[in-house]
Write a protein that binds this ligand. Structure first.
Ligand code: PNW
Length: 453
C-alpha cells in the first residue's frame, strides 16, 4: 500500500459548538447566555449577526447526523449548552434541554458515530455573568454541578468528555481584549478568569470520574510561537507569549503549578487573591487525552512603541505580524510546520501524553454552490497539509489518537458572524440547505483509506 497511513483505530471526526450551530435560543426553556447578550451589543458582531437561528441544528439534528454518516465520521464532538440544562446556571435542571442532547446522542449512537461532548464552549448562562462570570470563583463550583448532571445523564453513551474549550479564548478574548463575550477589557479579571476556568476544569473532571462517565479531557488552543529573530529581546517576547498561550494552561493541568514567570506577569495586573492553597491539586486531574485545537503559529518580535495585542496582557512593545505568505480568510497564516512542532514539543515536555487534534480547519470565501458543488480547493490543500504535519508528528513518536476537523458545517463564527465559513458542508442560511463541499468528499476518502493517497 502506498500513501500515508494513520495508526489502526485512529479517530476521524468533526467538531461544532452549541451556540455556533443550534439556533432555537428561546426554545424549550433555554435561558439566556452571555453570547445572546454580547451579540445584541451594536458592533460586537459583524453585521449584527446572532446565534438565534444559526444552522437550525436544534431542529435539523437528525439530518445533520445523516450528513455525518455520509462523510463516514467515526466521532463527532459537539458542545452542550449549559443554559439549556440550567437556564439560570444553577439549581433546577431543565428536562427539555436534556431531552435535546438525549435525542442527538441516541441518533449518533444509532449511526455508529462516537459522541464526544464539550461541556463549555463559551455560552455561559447570563445569570452567572451577572454574578461575576469566570472572574468569580463561584462559577467554577456551579460548573462542576452542571458537569455532574450531564455526566450522570449521558455517561452511559458519551464516553469522551471535554470540560472546557480553549480557556485562553474564554479568559483573554472575553475579559482582556473584549473581542468575545462578555466583552470585558480588564486584564486583572482575565487572569482570575483563567484560574477559575482551570479550577472549573479540575472540579468538573472529578465529577465526570465520580459518575464513571469515561475519558476526561480539555481542549486547548496551544500554538507554536515563532521569534522574529534570535536576538535576546525577540526570544524574551517569545517566552512571554508562549507562557500565555501554552505554559499557563499546560503546567497547572499536567504538573499542578503555574510557571513562575506567569505568576509574575499576572501580578503586574492584580494580586493573586484568586489562587487558593490546594487549587493546584484540583486542577491537576489525570487527563486521558489532551485536546489540541490548532490553526496557525504565532509570530512575535520586540519592537519599541508597538502597541502589542490586547488579548496578550503585558505585550506592549511586541509586534505580532506574521511573515508574508498564504493566509486564510481569518488572516491566519497557513503553516502546518507549527502543528508538527507543537505536537513534538508536547511529547517532549510531557512524556507519554496522549493527544488528539480536536479542531483544525480553515475559513475561505468559498465559491458559490454551482451545480450542487462547492470546489473548495484551498480548504482541501489546508487540511491535506495539516494531516501530513500530524503524520510527521506520529512518526516522531507522538501518541496522536485522532483528528477532528473544524467544522462539520459553516456556522456562526463568533465576532465575525456568518461571514467566515469553516465548514466541510456549505450552509445556505436563507434556505438552510446543506451542500457537502469538495473537502467533504475528500475527507470521506481519507477516512475510508485511513490516510492520504
Ligand atoms: C476556535 N483567536 O476559536 C473555536 O474553538 C471555534 O469555536 C472557532 O469557530 C474556531 O476556533 C475558528 O475560529 C478561536 O483569535 C477564535 O486566536 C479565535 C481565536 C482562536 C480560536
Amino acid at each position: 500500500m502506498s500513501g500515508l497511513r494513520f495508526p489502526d483505530g485512529f479517530v476521524w471526526g468533526a467538531a461544532t459548538a452549541s451556540y455556533q450551530i443550534e439556533g432555537s435560543t428561546g426554545e424549550d426553556g433555554r435561558g439566556p447566555s452571555i453570547w445572546d447578550t454580547f451579540a445584541a451589543v451594536p458592533d460586537a458582531v459583524t453585521d449584527g449577526h446572532t446565534g438565534e437561528v444559526a444552522c437550525e441544528h436544534y431542529l435539523r439534528y437528525a439530518d445533520d447526523v445523516a450528513l455525518m454518516s455520509s462523510l463516514g465520521l467515526s466521532a463527532y464532538r459537539f458542545s452542550i449548552a449549559w443554559p439549556r440544562i440550567q437556564p439560570s446556571g444553577s439549581g433546577p435542571v431543565n428536562s427539555r434541554g436534556l431531552d435535546f442532547y438525549d435525542r442527538l446522542i441516541d441518533e449518533l449512537c444509532a449511526a455508529g458515530i462516537s459522541p464526544m461532548a464539550t461541556l463549555y464552549h463559551w455560552d455561559l448562562p447570563q445569570a452567572l455573568q451577572n454574578r461575576g462570570g469566570w472572574a468569580a470563583r463561584e462559577t467554577a463550583e456551579r460548573f462542576a454541578e452542571y458537569a455532574a448532571v450531564v455526566a450522570a445523564k449521558f455517561g452511559d453513551r458519551v464516553r469522551s468528555w471535554f470540560t472546557i474549550n480553549e480557556p485562553w479564548c474564554a479568559a483573554f478574548l472575553g475579559y482582556a481584549s473584549g473581542d468575545h463575550a462578555p466583552g470585558i477589557t480588564a486584564p486583572a479579571q482575565a487572569f482570575a478568569a483563567a484560574h477559575h476556568l482551570l479550577l472549573g476544569h479540575g472540579l468538573a473532571a472529578q465529577a465526570i470520574r465520580a459518575a464513571g462517565a469515561g475519558e476526561v479531557s480539555i481542549a486547548l488552543n496551544c500554538t507554536s510561537v515563532r521569534p522574529g529573530s534570535d536576538n535576546d529581546e525577540d526570544i524574551a517576547a517569545v517566552e512571554q507569549i508562549d507562557g500565555l498561550s501554552n505554559r499557563i494552561w499546560l503546567e497547572p493541568l499536567l504538573r499542578g503549578e503555574y510557571p513562575d514567570d506567569m505568576l509574575t506577569l499576572a501580578e503586574r495586573f492584580t494580586p493573586l487573591w484568586y489562587v487558593k492553597s490546594g487549587d493546584g491539586a484540583i486542577i491537576k486531574q489525570p487527563l486521558d487525552v489532551l485536546g489540541i485545537n490548532y490553526y496557525t503559529p504565532t509570530w512575535v518580535r520586540a519592537r519599541r512603541n508597538a502597541q502589542g495585542s490586547p488579548a496578550h496582557p503585558g505585550s506592549e512593545g511586541m509586534d505580532f505580524t506574521a511573515p508574508n505568505g498564504p493566509v486564510t480568510e481569518m488572516g491566519w497564516r497557513v503553516d502546518p510546520t507549527g502543528l508538527t512542532d507543537l505536537l513534538v514539543r508536547l511529547h517532549k515536555d510531557y512524556e507519554g501524553l496522549p493527544v488528539m487534534i480536536t479542531e483544525n480547519g480553515a475559513a475561505y470565501a468559498d465559491s458559490a454552490v454551482v451545480d450542487g458543488q462547492v470546489q473548495d480547493v484551498d480548504r482541501v490543500a489546508y487540511l491535506d497539509g495539516h494531516l501530513r504535519a500530524a503524520h510527521a508528528a506520529i512518526s516522531a513518536g507522538v501518541d496522536l489518537r485522532g483528528y477532528l476537523a473544524w467544522s462539520l458545517m459553516d456556522n456562526f463564527e463568533w465576532a465575525f458572524g456568518y461571514t467566515r465559513r469553516f465548514g466541510l458542508v456549505h450552509v445556505d442560511y436563507a434556505t438552510q440547505r446543506r451542500t457537502p463541499k469538495a473537502s467533504a468528499d475528500w475527507y470521506r476518502k481519507v477516512i475510508t483509506r485511513n490516510g492520504l493517497a
